[in-house]
Design a protein around this ligand. Structure first.
Ligand SMILES: Cc1ncc(COP(=O)(O)O)c(C=O)c1O
Length: 452
């Protein structure tokens, strides 16, 4: 067993990991749960007991620093006093029902205040994929067109309607894909699929879209959809101006720009929304994950003219059973209010900049760190086969990094060569520094074993 005593202040490991109690619960569930649960859960095999701030505790009493936050879902961390009180009060009053509540009315108004430009109206759902599909319906309703374009490496959920927009192996063997869905290279300049160099290329990937539309589609693009930073693809940051170029292009071709802010929204990138790094006002924004602070609450936002389009705006045309119910609305309202009141966008910017700097120092120290990128508390650390290689590090080493971090009291998405760091927005510099020290120690340890 790894002994954390005296070494760490916040992480605390008191048993083997996973401990006996965790393993017993994990094994019990394995008899009945469908295979295919989240990789991080099946690799760790820990069973959760409680959380506090940016710390998670398992049933064996091991405490882990959380650089994962359920992929950015736990925006306020765990057991946040304002969240707990608000939700407890609400569940004791009423938790479901399709009617408006004071919280929902105030939430919609608050969203209009924080959203960019003329985006003032919202509708609510209960999964990210559902919100994205609603955005596609809205785009069809407004433009009366039928086709959609996503990006290589993009991720928008796992339902059938978005499968064609996932430019990822996830869709293998699940075809045929919905007709009218296309995808095109993202501005992933480190690995440009067009073999160009930025800024000399002047966004050739955007020009390429025109050729794509000309040769592959029926010229009926209703919307282009993208993540302002690609999360699932490894927290890949496009160069400044990418969204500006895409906005110009959509205006030129009479399509809408949907920015999927599921991960990047609500302070994650050091601004309220990811699209604000480019000062672009999209036509539709999709929101979720950290929006409800952990409660399954998602949504879309748009401007008056677009969101009034039919059939989306017909009675019961945009709504759903659970979206925006009293408990969901309470969750999102208190989360957003707390993000604003507690200055969590600013905290994300500040602690994120500190973490990015520390990871850049580690990049100088370890030649298997090929790239460090990010904005706010959304950081990507790319592991490769040596400084001069862009070939990604073997998974046997990255999975070792994951388990070694876990054993020392750090949960991080280190099992892939593109490590994604997205802790709760409330994380302090002190806790972040302790987590990075653990990663440093693990990198040192693994460096000695790596053979390229
Ligand atoms: C950008 C983005 N959009 C949509 C989704 C889908 O969200 P959900 O899993 O809630 O359906 C995800 C999930 O990871 C995501 O990262």
């Amino acid at each position: 067993m790894y002994n954390t005593t005296n070494k760490t202040k916040h992480a605390r490991i008191v048993t083997e990991v996973p401990g006996k109690k965790s393993l017993s619960i994990y094994n019990d569930e394995q008899k009945f749960i469908a295979p295919g649960t989240q990789t991080i859960a099946s690799l760790s095999k820990i069973a959760l007991e409680r959380g506090d701030g940016a710390i998670i505790e398992d049933v064996d009493g091991n405490r882990y620093i959380d650089f994962f936050a359920g992929v950015g879902v736990a925006s306020l961390g765990y057991n946040h006093p304002k969240y707990v009180k608000f939700m407890t009060d609400q569940i004791g009053k009423i938790h479901v029902g399709s009617f408006v509540t004071k919280n929902r009315a105030e939430l919609a108004e608050l969203l209009a205040e924080v959203a960019p430009g003329d985006i003032t109206r919202s509708q609510f759902y209960s999964s990210g994929a559902e919100a994205v599909e609603a955005a596609l319906r809205l785009a069809k309703s407004y433009t009366k067109k039928t086709e959609f374009l996503g990006f290589w490496g993009g991720f928008h959920g796992k339902t059938m309607g978005v499968l064609g927009l996932l430019s990822d192996t996830f869709k293998y063997n699940l075809g045929p894909l919905p007709v009218g869905t296309f995808s095109t290279p993202y501005a992933n300049c480190r690995r440009c699929p067009l073999n160009d160099t930025f800024p000399e290329c002047k966004f050739r990937c955007v020009d390429f879209i025109k050729e794509k539309i000309r040769y592959e589609t029926t010229n009926q693009i209703a919307a282009i959809i993208l993540e302002p930073i690609q999360g699932t693809n490894g927290n890949v940051v496009p160069p400044k101006g990418f969204l500006v170029e895409l906005k110009k292009l959509t205006e030129e071709i009479g399509a809408l720009l949907i920015v999927d802010e599921m991960i990047t929204g609500f302070g994650r990138t050091g601004k309220m929304f990811g699209c604000q790094h480019d000062d672009v006002v999209p036509d539709i924004i999709t929101i979720g994950k950290g929006f409800g602070g952990g409660y399954p609450m998602t949504g879309l936002m748009s401007r008056d003219e677009v969101i009034s389009a039919k059939p989306f705006s017909n009675p019961s045309g945009s709504s759903s059973s659970y979206g925006g119910n009293p408990l969901a609305s309470a969750a999102a309202y208190i989360t957003l209010k707390t993000i604003i009141e507690d200055g969590l966008v600013e905290n994300s910017r500040k602690v994120g900049a500190f973490m990015l700097e520390r990871f850049k120092e580690l990049q100088k120290k370890y030649d298997f760190i090929g790239d460090v990128r990010g904005k706010g508390l959304m950081i990507g650390v790319e592991l490769v086969k040596g400084k001069n290689s862009k070939e990604k590090l073997d998974k046997k080493y990255t999975q070792l990094i994951f388990t070694e971090c876990l054993k020392r009291g750090l949960i991080t998405m280190g099992y892939n060569p593109d490590i994604r760091i997205n802790p709760p927005l409330i994380i302090t510099e002190e806790i972040a520094a302790e987590g990075i020290e653990i990663m440093d120690e693990v990198f040192q340890n693994v460096a000695e074993q790596i053979k390229y």
